[in-house]
Ligand binder design. Sequence first.
Ligand SMILES: *[C@@H]1O[C@H](CO)[C@@H](O)[C@H](O)[C@H]1NC(C)=O
Ligand SMILES: *[C@@H]1O[C@H](CO)[C@@H](O)[C@H](O)[C@H]1NC(C)=O
Ligand SMILES: *[C@@H]1O[C@H](CO)[C@@H](O)[C@H](O)[C@H]1NC(C)=O
Ligand SMILES: *[C@@H]1O[C@H](CO)[C@@H](O)[C@H](O)[C@H]1NC(C)=O
Ligand SMILES: [Fe+2]
Length: 352
Amino acid sequence: MMKLMLLFLTLNLQLVTGAPEQVHLAFYNTPWDISVSWITFEESDAVLTFGTSASNFVNKTGNTTSWEFGGIIRHSHVVILDNLKPSTLYYYKIADRQFSFRTLTADLTSYKVCVFGDLGVFNGRSTQSIINNGIAGKFDFIVHIGDLAYDLHSNNGKLGDQYMNLLEPVISKIPYMVIAGNHENDGKNFTNFKNRFTMPQNGGKDNQFYSIDIGPVHWTGLSTEYYGFVEDYGNASIFTQFNWLKNDLEKANSNRGNVPWITLFQHRPFYCSVELAADCTLYENVVLRHGALGLPGLEPEYIQNSVDIGFAGHMHAYERMWPVANMKYYHGKEAYHNPVAPVYILTGSAVS
Ligand SMILES: *[C@@H]1O[C@H](CO)[C@@H](O)[C@H](O)[C@H]1NC(C)=O
Ligand SMILES: *[C@@H]1O[C@H](CO)[C@@H](O)[C@H](O)[C@H]1NC(C)=O
Ligand SMILES: *[C@@H]1O[C@H](CO)[C@@H](O)[C@H](O)[C@H]1NC(C)=O
Ligand SMILES: *[C@@H]1O[C@H](CO)[C@@H](O)[C@H](O)[C@H]1NC(C)=O
Ligand SMILES: [Fe+2]
């Protein structure tokens, strides 16, 4: 009984102090620019202190966005730490909470990425392993290809808060790159998704599409949800993204001398062989691949610009495709050697 009382007291205290929570990192426009994001439930400044040792800590300020969802006002803060030095351990402190992260090595010829889709609070069977392996330095950043928390907006966003706090030990230490899945539609045009994250700014400004060069790989993230929710939010974003993608991939393809690989990530797959999804012959897969009813499909751009690897989630399964284009698979022992078409990996089993 006493213990319970104490617990309640602690929780209440946390609420009134407006402590920073849900602290997480992401690459901003280059691997040497890191966005630090967090939430408070009381108004406070977007300011943190950082440095490589106690003797050189400096303050850095950023921006705050206050937003309402389900009657709760959250204050999202973001500070950009730019022009960071490679292979360097940085400490940062928000209010009285201290964290640290290490930047990538200068040459970037080798790094490890943890890519998955579909991870929830309940039944998140990979959560502990992602946290442990991330903290142990087994990978350098995370790409979560949509469907977060199940859902970020559930219970007026409190499940999203819980999820971000659950992952904080790892995502306050290594960059957490996200795109939206169907579960990020909160009925308010992805308000939770837009306001909780800070992705690179060279694409849409809503974290749904962007690209970044990291060493030998050009990474491009896309929204399949503009298609999925075209009835709710209109088709303008589909065309904006498509025109941007065309340009992004053409530029990346002509820059192979510097950045030889092109990797795409999106929530819903073009191809799969899981029974539930009828081998991805559903309308949602067809429209994404080839387009329909005047909406542009994405696969021709992938083929045209020789995309190397495409990651997707949504189906709670793991599958690696043969190289494939226009529904034609290229089988054989040598198929993966200089493949003639993109290779897709489905990794949507993180899981919930
Ligand atoms: C840094 O920010 C903290 C928190 O807002 C503030 O208390 C402190 O005075 C600032 N220090 C400097 C040198 O501006
Ligand atoms: C912060 O706000 C300024 C002014 O609106 C803007 O130029 C800048 O891009 C914003 N930074 C971030 C990280 O959102
Ligand atoms: C939804 O948000 C996007 C940008 O994130 C915006 O371009 C679009 O106009 C919005 N649509 C509606 C219906 O509010
Ligand atoms: C896109 O939306 C506009 C406005 O609703 C509509 O007039 C137009 O026909 C749509 N285009 C396609 C290809 O669906
Ligand atoms: Fe999904």
